[in-house]
Design a binder for this molecule. Structure first.
Ligand code: FPP
Length: 254
């Protein structure tokens, strides 16, 4: 009701990028990009059309995050569980990084964006891996936004690998049990060296983490929207950031 009244008066209840305080922009935003399939179904389109459209949203939100001054943008593009989908859909999803980078890599380079990948390289088709490796090496020296694709990523797998590495070092006498701290664990995760996400966004109305950055999200602010990923715009992104900026982060304190 109020929103409609504001719209009539030409006032938007959603913050614009310029109205968001620049001194409280989240350093790291992580996004579970969900709802591609449902978006397509609602329009009578094949699921792949939803993923293709979702790729365009990746571009939109990368630009918006960069302009706002976000330093790290982590996007959940393919989970270790997504291999269970029909082969045709998996094949299509595995083509997206290459398609995206074929079109966007030059612009990412020009805009000082650094591309990274967080996930297991095992089982990735060679065309997917080589497109990513090319982007990673071409942008390695860039100092702007870090665009981190979580691809073939699973948080439990990541934590188990880290724990195995720690156990091996303890057994070899390289690491003292008492020296195993939060930081030691964080450093051994695939996100090692990056700050934990300040804000997690999940689209499509689902209220779960789906094996995504379970360690790293311990103190993150969570923001959920019913909007499907292909229709997620800058406006929704600014709304999430605006709400994040109004929250008091206490990290267990008062
Ligand atoms: C979840 O939606 C989405 C995915 C499993 C894939 C996400 C991938 C993209 C948005 C494109 C990635 C682009 C690049 C550049 C790597 P869903 O299919 O589970 O949707 P549903 O729950 O409605 O079926």
């Amino acid at each position: 009701m109020i929103k409609r009244l504001w719209a009539k008066l030409g006032i938007s209840s959603t913050p614009k990028a310029s109205s968001l305080p620049a001194d409280n922009v989240p350093q790291h935003v992580a996004i579970i990009m969900d709802g591609n399939g449902r978006w397509a179904k609602k329009r009578g389109l094949p699921r792949m059309a939803g993923h293709h459209s979702g790729m365009k949203t990746v571009k939109r939100i990368t630009i918006a995050a960069d302009r706002l001054g976000v330093k790290y943008l982590t996007l959940y593009a393919f989970s270790t569980e997504n291999w269970k989908r029909p082969k045709a859909e998996v094949d299509f999803l595995m083509k997206l990084p290459q398609q995206f980078l074929d079109i966007e890599l030059d612009e990412l380079v020009a805009n000082n964006v650094q591309v990274r990948m967080m996930g297991s390289r095992e089982n990735l088709p060679s065309h997917t891996l080589s497109a990513l490796e090319e982007a990673i090496s071409k942008t390695a020296g860039n100092t702007g936004l870090v665009l981190n694709f979580a691809l073939n990523y699973g948080s439990r797998m990541e934590m188990l690998d880290a724990v195995r590495g720690i156990a091996k070092d303890v057994r070899a006498g390289k690491l003292d049990i008492d020296a195993i701290t939060d930081q030691v664990m964080s450093d051994r995760l695939l996100s090692g060296g990056m700050p934990d996400p300040d804000l997690l966004i999940r689209t499509s109305g689902e209220l779960r983490l789906s094996n995504f950055m379970l360690w790293q999200l311990a103190y993150s602010e969570l923001w959920f929207t019913d909007v499907y990923w292909p229709e997620f715009t800058e406006k929704h992104f600014y709304e999430a950031i605006g709400q994040y900026q109004q929250r008091a982060r206490r990290y267990g304190g008062l």
